[in-house]
Structure formats: C-alpha cells, structure tokens
Design a protein around this ligand. Structure first.
Ligand code: TXD
Length: 313
C-alpha cells in the first residue's frame, strides 16, 4: 500500500506545527508549501532531521512548487495573514481571499481528488470561497474551527470542575467568530451534562472565554495567533479522513437545509471519513440555541456577501 500524502500550504506557525503533528503521528508523507523561498525547505528539513529522535518514518518535503503537491490525499490550507492585536478576523477577509483563491486554483490543478481542509481566517468565508473556486463537491471541502473551539471549551470546562480534559466532550456550533455558539447541554464530563455540574453564571463566563479564545491568545502573544491547539485540531481532522474513522467532529461544512440553513458553510457536527463529510449530524436545539446559530450564520453570510460584492465568489 502506498502511503497517504498530505500537503500543507503555508509554512507559518499553524502550517509547520500541523506538518510536525502529521509526521510524528506517521499519518502520511508531508509536503509543506509556502511562497517564501527557503522557508518551507528550511522547516521541512529541520522537521525531517527530528525523525530518528521522534521515531517517525514518513517523508517531509518543503517546497515552493505545487507540482510537489501532485495527487495529495488531503490538502490543508493555512496560508494567509494572521490577526494582529486589535485586528478582527474580518479585517483579513479581502487579503486572505486573494491568497486563498490563488492557492485553491493550484490545488485544483495538481490534486483534484484531495480532501481540502481550510484553516485560513475568516474561516467560514474562506471555506465557502475554497469550495466555489475548486468546483469540488461540497463534501470534499471542510473548514477547521469547531474542533479547535470545542477543544478550548473542553479545556476551560475541565479547569473549572477540576477534572481531566480527557473526560470532557464539548460542542461549539456556528461560525468561527465572536458569535460562535457553545452548547452546554451537549457538553459533558463522560456523559454528565455540564449544566448539572457548573452554575449558570460560570457557564456563561466559560462560554464567553471560549468565544474570545483566539483573541485571548493574540493579546498575550502580541504578534501572531494561536497554533498549538489549531494544529492539533487539524491533525485530528486529517486522521479522521485518512483512517476513515467516521469520527463525529464539529467542522465547518456545507449545509443544504440542515438546521434550517442552506447554501452556507457553517460549524456543525459532521461524520468524517475518507471521502470527507459523510453526514451532517443534526442536533435538536432549543429555540434560543437555534436563534444563536442563525445569528452566527448571518455573520458568516455577511462576509460571503462582501466577497460576492467584489466578484470573489
Ligand atoms: O480556527 C482556525 N481556523 C484558525 C485560523 C486558528 C488559528 C489560525 N487561523 C488562521 O490561520 C490565521 O488567522 C491565519 O489566517 C492562518 C495562518 O495562521 P499562522 O499563525 O500560521 O500564520 P503565519 O505564521 O503568518 O503563516 C502564514 C504563512 C506564512 O508563512 C506566509 O508566507 C504564507 O502563509 N503565505 C503563503 N503561502 C503560500 N502561498 C501564498 N500565496 C501565501 N501567502 C502567504
């Protein structure tokens, strides 16, 4: 059996750390692509040189050329600008749309069968753009946000109660922005809903911290944004796809009427496998939860309309 191949576009913080996690888990051969000459080559070589220590046996190639991405099974797009303090995800919209459009064009040409995992912000709009530009079936294009946002939520829940994060499962729906929707009723410590374990006020505080999770890190770092948890989230998705596990993870997926939403990419739980999104899982929501999700979807639509206004999608 030939080994799977994953191309990671963007050799910055998220891209390089994603490449590292994929290599260390021996999920696939890794190709790291960036526009900056020497950057992917240097990081790729450095990572490859850790293979005897970390005991992985996959190839790692850094390159500026998309011909090296030929026939990838998965392509992860992390290229673009990261947020600076005080800068919203939406400020990045037009600049990153330009970058992502160019990259998706290359990927479509060189790796037409790849599952495309978008990471660049603003995530939901970039995922929609990636789908439109690629011409791929919607199941083949997925955005990474919910896995990260729910991982943050799970960590805050574990800290609050003083239990192991290994026992926490949590759900965050909606767009990857300030209006994302943490759902306490579907967040549990080994099956016990957190609504039975944490006071209403503390849950509100944890929900807020989750919504601001990205900004909290940006404020601390001052330059750049989060990458350890984001790359772990991407690796979890790549693993679910390559190993065809059928894991149910919150991802940015194309909706065709589920949750009352259509022709939109938005965060919902999906079943992931070798062909991408195998199923959108529909949770029963209370009227308040549904209203929050619709509000968040509306924010995503605004970004997509801005792109449409400039003829970008
Ligand atoms: O939850 C999520 N989806 C996210 C998204 C979590 C964390 C970070 N998120 C977003 O990912 C972030 O807002 C950015 O839009 C991307 C990448 O974040 P990262 O922290 O890795 O940014 P860097 O370190 O600046 O890296 C970006 C790289 C850098 O090396 C550039 O040279 C490269 O992208 N780049 C390109 N590569 C290839 N092709 C083109 N055109 C290109 N332009 C820039």
């Amino acid at each position: 059996m030939t080994r799977a191949k994953v191309t990671v576009v963007g050799a910055g913080f998220v891209g390089a750390t994603t490449a590292q996690r994929i290599a260390e888990k021996e999920l696939a051969d890794v190709v790291l692509v960036d526009v900056v000459e020497g950057l992917p080559q240097g990081k790729g070589l450095d990572l490859a040189e850790s293979s005897s220590l970390e005991q992985f046996d996959v190839s790692v190639l850094g390159t500026n050329s998309y011909t090296d991405a030929e026939d990838s099974d998965v392509v992860v797009v992390t290229a673009g600008l990261a947020r600076k303090p005080g800068m919203s995800r939406d400020d990045l919209l037009f600049k990153n749309a330009e970058i992502v459009s160019g990259i998706v064009g290359e990927i479509t040409r060189h790796a037409p069968r790849a599952i495309l995992i978008m990471v660049t912000n603003p995530l939901d709009a970039m995922t929609y753009l990636g789908w439109k530009k690629s011409g791929f079936p919607p199941a083949q294009v997925i955005g990474m946000a919910g896995v990260l946002d729910s991982a943050r939520y799970s960590y805050f829940i574990a800290q609050e109660i003083g239990v192991s994060p290994k026992d926490v499962r949590s759900m965050v729906l909606g767009g990857h922005g300030d209006s994302m929707v943490p759902v306490p009723r579907y967040s549990t410590v080994n099956g016990i809903p957190i609504t039975q374990l944490i006071s209403r006020e503390r849950i509100e505080a944890i929900n807020d911290r989750t919504r601001n999770g990205g900004a909290e890190i940006v404020t601390l770092l001052k330059t750049g944004s989060a990458f350890y948890a984001p790359s772990a989230a991407v690796a979890a998705m790549v693993e679910a796809v390559l190993l065809d596990t059928g894991r149910v993870l919150p991802c940015c997926a194309y909706l065709t009427g589920q949750y009352g939403l259509q022709d939109i990419y938005c965060g919902v739980p999906v079943k992931l496998g070798r062909d991408g999104v195998q199923k959108v899982v529909e949770l029963e929501l209370t009227p308040e939860e549904s209203a929050s999700l619709r509000k968040s979807a509306q924010d995503v639509r605004e970004n997509v309309s801005k792109l449409a206004g400039k003829g970008l999608v």
